[in-house]
Design a protein around this ligand. Structure first.
Ligand SMILES: [Zn+2]
Ligand SMILES: [Zn+2]
Length: 444
């Protein structure tokens, strides 16, 4: 049974907690209003920026014009800009009194995809890839939204300097699609070129959730991504005299099937893992047995032990397949790609709280981890608490149409993926802008 004094104290504590949380909420709602009002008032100019970027996509490590545009825009709002970091990477630093340092990141590269959306501002850009083939170029992963969204937030912060205190680093990163841009920037001394961020926040568009909504995922949210190249070596010859050859295509075919048993038979069923043979190339003609056959694999995992187990099993099975045919040992190259992305739980909880206050509970949900990769993870590995959240990008009407037709909407990287620019950007700038204002509010 509670004594009266205890009851009184409990009531007092509750009242003061309530008061400070109400104050916090008032601050947050003022911050949300600042960001939302700016986003609404400047929607047209940000959409124009988006459209221009969408029509001028550049492949990974070739983001020259895009980077020049970002630098120009950042200089226009008074940020100190440093360019050519790890390729075309750049940062703009905006100092505004004492306080924390927040890094906000957008990626700049597009994909070798020929656009088929049919939107009036579709990309018609063509270029040559490394093999000299002509390919279409398209922002099929929404990095054009990420850039215009971040510039919108930068302009909003520049126009509302009385609403925050501290330092913001706007980071525009090249070559995310190769899982190489963040690494290149860090290796080029990124952290020595700017104040050490107390936190870093980014967003990524989502192709299967509605504009107006956002999703967050505390802890691990994207997987380790490794690439494996296997070259099976045989002995070529005439297709009619197989007894004089060692056929690398048959060995590769057996290996493709055998690789499927790694995840299904060797990895604990509750541990996430993927082994996909994405490409296989061998031979030249019907009646010629070639000398070699190559395979390209993508390998995904979360736990470091599973990552090692997958590499060991792939190597063992490739060697075994060659040995069983009496072929020489295959060449196996395992390239460590992007590490898994770990959203700092404390920062993510704060971001999620701000998003709920800003957009309303119904618009914010916890999303599930995926086996995709994102090299934003590398800034986390470099010791910065990070949080990447998802931004819904497709209109709910369109999502309902796909649902009715029983077909999934076009995924990211699809030539038919397109976001709803205005609704996506207004929500994105309001969301990321309010998160920035909250993290840089004085006294925190
Ligand atoms: Zn992508
Ligand atoms: Zn992407």
């Amino acid at each position: 049974m509670l004594r009266p004094l205890a009851i009184l104290l409990a009531a007092f504590a509750t009242a003061s907690t309530l008061q400070s949380s109400l104050q916090g909420k008032e601050n947050q709602s003022a911050q949300a209003q600042t960001a939302a009002a700016w986003a609404e008032a400047h929607a047209a100019e940000v959409v124009e920026l988006y459209t221009a970027l969408h029509q001028a996509p550049e492949l990974s490590f070739e983001e020259k014009e895009t980077a020049a545009r970002m630098a120009k825009e950042l200089r226009a709002i008074g940020a100190e800009v440093q360019t050519d970091i790890g390729g075309h990477g750049l940062i703009g630093v905006m100092k505004n009194g004492p306080g924390k340092t927040l890094m906000l990141r957008a990626d700049m590269d597009a994909l070798p995809v020929a656009e088929e959306t049919g939107v009036p501002y579709a990309s018609t850009v063509r270029t040559k890839n490394e093999r000299g083939q002509t390919v279409g170029v398209m922002h099929a992963c929404g990095h054009d939204i990420h850039m215009s969204n971040l510039l919108g937030v930068a302009r909003m912060l520049a126009a509302n300097k009385s609403a925050w205190s501290g330092t913001v680093v706007f980071l525009f990163q090249p070559a995310e699609e190769r899982g190489a841009g963040a690494k290149a920037m860090l290796e080029d001394g990124l952290l020595a070129r700017m104040p050490k961020p107390d936190f870093a926040v980014a967003l990524h568009v989502s192709a299967d959730t509605a504009c107006g909504t956002v999703g967050y995922c505390p802890g691990y949210s994207c997987a380790n991504v490794d690439s494996v190249d296997i070259t099976i070596k045989g002995r070529g010859g005439h297709g009619a005299y197989p007894e004089t050859t060692i056929d690398p295509v048959v060995i590769a075919a057996k290996l493709v099937v055998d690789l499927q048993t790694i995840v299904s038979r060797e990895i604990k069923p509750i541990e996430p893992a993927v082994v996909t043979v994405g490409a296989i190339e061998g031979g030249t003609k019907h009646n010629v047995i070639g000398d070699s056959c190559s395979l390209q694999l993508t390998v995904r995992s979360y736990a470091p032990a599973v990552r090692e187990q997958l590499a060991e099993a792939i190597t063992r099975k490739a060697k075994a397949a060659a040995m069983s045919a009496g072929a020489p040992e295959p060449e196996i190259v395992i390239s460590e790609g992007t590490p898994s992305l770990y959203n700092d739980p404390e920062l993510t909880a704060r971001v999620a709280d701000t998003l709920r206050q800003t957009l309303g509970d119904a618009m914010v949900s916890e999303s599930k981890p995926t086996m995709g990769g994102e090299d934003f993870s590398r800034y986390g590995q470099a010791g910065i608490p990070i949080c990447m959240f998802k931004l819904g990008a497709v209109s709910s009407e369109r999502l309902a149409e796909f649902d009715q037709a029983g077909a999934p909407p076009p995924s990211l990287h699809s030539p038919r993926f397109y976001p709803e620019p205005q609704a996506t950007l207004v929500t994105g700038i309001t969301a990321l802008g309010t998160v920035a204002l909250d993290l840089l509010s004085s006294g925190t």
